[in-house]
Each structure stands twice: as C-alpha cells, then as structure tokens.
Design a protein around this ligand. Structure first.
Ligand code: PLP
Length: 356
C-alpha cells in the first residue's frame, strides 16, 4: 500500500466555527479553518502542510496569472447520522486531476498524495461538515504555476492546495435553459475535458448573456455546427428520451463527470438502457415537442441533479413535465443521496471514510 504522507500540521488558534451560520451558507464563500498546501520544485512534490486558512504571498509575475496554467477539482464530503464522514469517489477526481495536469503541461500528483491531502483537511475540520439535509463539505483541490517569469513556457514550480467550504444545495429551483448557438465552450483538440481555469473564464460572458436574457443556465453545443449537445453550464447534460438514458459521449470537448459516471452505473444496474453518443439538438427539441423527452437534468458534484424545466432554442421555449413527476431523476437523486449520507449500504465502494 501507500506510504503515510509526512504532513506538517499547524492548527488555527482562533476557530471560526462558532461564528458560522450553518443555516445560511452561500456557495463557496465560507471557508473552514484549515487548508492544505504543497510545493512542486526541483522535479518533486514537497512541503506538505495543513495550515490555517488565509492569504498567501505570491509574486505578481507568477505565470498562473498571466497565462492561465491553473486547474481545479470539485468533490464533496458528507456526514452520516452516526458522525462518520465520507468523501464521495475521490479516486475518480485524482485520475481527472492528472488528466488536467498533463493537458496543461503541469506536473501530475500521485493519487495517494491527492487522497491523503483530502483526508487531512477534511479530518482536521470534520466539525465543519454540515449535518443538515442536502448539505456537504465542498472540497476544492487546485494547482497553479508559480514561476515569477513572463516568458510563455511551462513553469518549473507549482503550488497544490486544498480548500474546503461547508455548502447547502446549489440550485434551489427548476432551471430555465437555452441552447447556445453562438458561443462555444470547447473545440476538438482544445482542453474541454480538463478542469482548466481558462475554460471557466471563457464561459463567463456566455453565461452572463444567458442570465441577462432571463435564463438560469445554457446548454453548450459543438463548436463546428452548434447542432450537437455537449454540456449544461459546468455540469454534464443528461436526458431520458424514449425510455433511454441519453448523454453526450465524452470526447475531448466534454468534461468526464464523476456524477455522470455514477448516474450511468446506477441506470445500468436498474436495467435502464444507456446511450452515450452524439446527441443532436434536433432530437432533443423534437422529444420536448412530442413528449418523448421525459427527463432532462444537469449532473455535477456542486449541483448534484439539477432538473431542467424548459429548454429554449431559436427563440422557442419548450416546457418539460414537472420535475416531481419524473421517475428517473427522482430515483437517481434519492439513491445518490441515500448512498452518500449512509442511509443505504454503499455496495459500490464509492464512500471513502475519513479519520478511521
Ligand atoms: C466539474 C464539471 C462537471 C461535473 O463533473 P463532476 O465530476 O460530476 O462534478 C461537468 N462539466 C464541467 C464543465 C465541469 O467543470
């Protein structure tokens, strides 16, 4: 097995736990007491530390700021009724972390360092893992380039860090979405499959434009023809069409979501036919018109299962059935939650216990 990582721990002298209102948690704004930091230099990872959450000093010339050598992950930890804390499928995120690193010409991080860093921050702040329904501790591992050098080339030094935030549900309502036919998120050969910071920078203007038009979210289409569905905001797009679970296959333009993978595995176990393939805008619009589209949702760690209420395309809005009446997404959401919160046995080995 793996060696225990030598992590130097410095505890905070002033916990903010008591002054935090757990009934009012805006997403990603409240940070727990500690964070994890490690440095990459001379070709290796070193200086593994857990320190109080706070500002860090950096040169204004670091290449992450100028050329965007930066990427992240998003994971959640859940508290069970008996006080046990688990992290959901972090091994999948470790794998994706390194795919992002390779695409951005950044160093990979051994899976056991990744997993032990998460366990260390979650364990030290386990009292920050919320206990309310649908709440969790959001875990944000990330890496960025730290060479103070304005030349366009891969940095030789990097920082790897992990922050955690107690969070409530991400979306509280059914989403009004539009199919985007102007902007593009990713093209073949680009970095759509990586959780690269730059992908989110380029999505902000399209996202804001959609919100200004009265939508909650947009559905990305392919860069060439805008005729095939790719993703829904920063979540994977999933549909039930004609009784089958249909979702775009993960070529290089699509981020391979852990939630997407989990939903597919559950569907397969339930005997629901699954199709991972090119999904045309035309068939989704047609299904919305003729009633064969019985379910549509975004799947992601932050949003979990976010039901789509209506889809707009070329100025026409198509309404779907009431989310409460959708058999598949209701069942998948309940099963996912029951596994994560330890209500039913975790027969897949998806929950990684912390501090045992
Ligand atoms: C993070 C993310 C997802 C969802 O991935 P999960 O592993 O399920 O959280 C989907 N699409 C994009 C673009 C993302 O950034």
């Amino acid at each position: 097995m793996t060696e225990t990582l030598d992590i130097q721990i410095t505890k905070t002298t002033h916990s903010r736990l008591q002054e935090t209102d757990f009934d009012n948690l805006p997403f990603g704004k409240i940070f727990s007491d500690h964070m994890f930091v490690a440095d990459y230099a001379d070709g290796e990872w070193k200086n593994f530390q857990v320190i109080p959450y706070g500002e860090i000093g950096l040169s204004p010339a670091i290449s992450a700021l100028h050329y965007g050598q930066a990427f992240f992950e998003g994971i959640k930890a859940y508290k069970h009724a008996d006080g046990k804390v688990v992290i959901f499928r972090p091994d999948k995120n470790a794998e994706r972390f390194n795919k992002s690193a390779e695409r951005l010409c950044m160093p990979t991080l051994p899976e056991d360092i990744f997993l032990q860093s998460l366990a260390a921050v979650v364990d030290i702040d386990r009292d920050w893992v919320p206990t309310q329904d649908n709440h969790a501790l959001y875990i944000r591992p990330f890496m960025f380039a730290t060479d103070p050098f304005l030349g366009v080339q891969p940095s030789a030094t990097y920082k790897y860090m992990v922050l955690t935030c107690p969070v409530g549900p991400y979306f509280s309502k059914t989403l009004r979405v539009k199919i985007e036919t102007n902007f593009t998120r990713a093209a073949e050969g680009g970095m759509g499959f990586a959780k690269a910071a730059g992908n989110y920078a380029s999505s902000m203007l399209p996202g804001k434009t959609a919100v200004d038009e009265g939508f909650d979210q947009l559905i990305w289409t392919d860069a060439r023809d805008h005729a095939y569905i790719e993703e829904m905001g920063a979540a994977n797009a999933m549909f039930v069409l004609d009784g089958k679970l249909v979702t775009p296959s993960t070529q290089s333009t699509i981020l391979k979501g852990v939630t997407r993978d989990t939903v597919i595995k559950l569907a397969q176990e339930w005997g629901v036919p699954v199709e991972e393939r090119r999904v045309s805008v035309a068939e989704i619009v047609e299904g919305a018109k003729n009633g064969k589209l019985t379910d549509a949702f975004g799947a992601g760690t932050a949003a979990t299962i976010a039901p789509v209420g209506s889809i707009s395309y070329n100025g026409e809005e198509y309404f779907l059935i009431d989310p409460k009446e959708r058999e598949f997404s209701q069942k998948v959401l309940k099963t996912l939650n029951d596994i994560k919160y330890g209500v039913i046995p975790d027969t897949h080995g998806w929950n990684f216990p912390v501090g045992e």
